[in-house]
Ligand binder design. Structure first.
Ligand code: E4P
Length: 217
């Protein structure tokens, strides 16, 4: 399972890329709004940081298929490796099919059920993005949903990639990896939590302390 970072914050993107663990960046309108920058400026700035080999997911905001397709065609001009995020809805599915004909990769976002994921697959999406945390928020089983989608994709031989969004904790990351997700898109805070363990912190402190007792020249 590959890791993406789920933010438009350039400092967090730089830090995660420097750590060497990040293959892509995902954004959505809410994430972009938090940074207070114009949409295209934000995407261009992120593109400059991630370089040509990583991928950036950028979302359309038009509610009609025709408009989504036009937006998608513009978005792919901003970086050499853009995936167009399309919301899960009938117009969105139509746009996914249209963009596929143009050879533009898409990710169907706001996916909360296996049936929605299967619709995205049939429309021709390259990626489907189920939201693990938001399912938990309403008392559902987020990791269970990812397990169900991954099982169905395996049984059916589906090649569409599962990029799990709305990850909120290291527990989510371990759970969705075990379930068979292809990608986890993760906020920086959670990436930092994943790197931490109290036994690592204590062990390192002890190593440093003991090093003081090693004779030096
Ligand atoms: C999806 O598009 C978002 O990038 C994100 O993963 C949603 O996370 P949240 O549910 O914590 O807002």
């Amino acid at each position: 399972m590959k890791f993406f970072i789920d933010t438009a914050n350039v400092n967090d993107i730089k830090a995660a890329c420097d750590m060497g663990v990040i293959y892509g960046v995902t954004t959505n309108p809410s994430i972009i709004a938090k940074e207070g920058k114009k949409f295209e400026d934000a995407i261009r700035e992120i593109s400059g940081i991630i370089g040509p080999d990583r991928v950036i997911f950028a979302e359309v905001i038009d509610m009609k298929a025709e408009g989504m397709i036009k937006e998608g065609q513009e978005l792919v001009k901003l970086h050499n490796n853009v995936v167009v995020k399309i919301p899960m809805c009938p117009e969105g599915l139509k746009a996914v099919a249209g963009l596929k004909k143009l050879g533009i990769p898409t990710c169907v976002t706001l996916c909360f059920s296996s049936c929605q994921a299967l619709l995205a697959v049939n429309a021709g999406a390259s990626y489907v993005a189920p939201f693990v945390g938001r399912v938990d928020d309403i008392g559902g089983d987020g990791v269970g949903l990812i397990t169900e989608i991954a099982d169905i994709f395996a049984v059916q031989g589906i090649e569409t990639k599962i990029v799990v969004a709305s990850t909120r904790s290291p527990l989510h990351i371990a759970g969705i990896a075990r379930a068979g997700a292809d990608i986890a898109t993760i906020p920086y805070k959670v990436i930092a939590q994943m790197a931490n363990h109290p036994l690592t912190t204590n062990g390192l402190a002890q190593f440093m302390k003991d090093w003081e007792n090693v004779p030096k020249d």
